[in-house]
Write a protein that binds this ligand. Sequence first.
Ligand code: PGA
Length: 251
Amino acid sequence: MKRPLIAGNWKMYKTFDEARAFAHDLVRRVFDVDGRDILVCPSFPYIAELAQAFRGTNVMVGAQNVFYEEQGAYTGEVSAPMIVSAGATHVIIGHSERRQYFHETDEGVNRRVRASLRASLLPIVCVGETLEEREASQTLDVVARQVEHGLAGIEPADAARLSVAYEPVWAIGTGRTATPAMAQEVHAHIRRVLSGLFGEQTASTIRILYGGSVKPDNVDELMAERDIDGVLVGGASLDAGSFERIIRYRG
Ligand code: PGA
């Protein structure tokens, strides 16, 4: 049994004071939770503050994006070594909002994954089909392509350090969740693709998270599926009470 990862993606929400207050509240709420990895991914300016608030606790902090060069004249970008030096352990890569609004490609995802692994920053690589692709029965092909291209050339030993998040685009922020069976079908497929890339042994250790309208009232049934090893939570991670309930899913 893999240790589940419960990750919150705050997207572009919360002020600095709200972020700090949330961090202290969350730590009090979940200090007794054992055997589950808990991660909060705020905007860049809050990473160092949250890392400080979470020091010595069971909560970790991650970034929502990373640039693939280490340093240089790239105004406005943030590198993996910078993120690590601010206290983050993880980074979300290739979120559908990055792909949609900022034109990130599978190749860009691949470069970000490599740069992150080089800096010992643990990637959470997002994949998922659009509604049109699902309706055209292309889901499994699209997701396989995103995994294969996004993780091309990664060594199995490195692959063991990353997670994949399956986030159907039509389920993000819409209140429409994939049913547990729909999610499980895609997760099992991702596991097969990972086996092809890295071998069965490594693939069995890689956590595959589900994301897309995960809420307190659907997390239990999602986490009951065999190949769902955690969740990536957007809207419901902004409230400490609902995020706590998700962290305390009944499995
Ligand atoms: P949501 O977002 O939970 O608000 O649907 C999930 C995500 O985009 O990671």
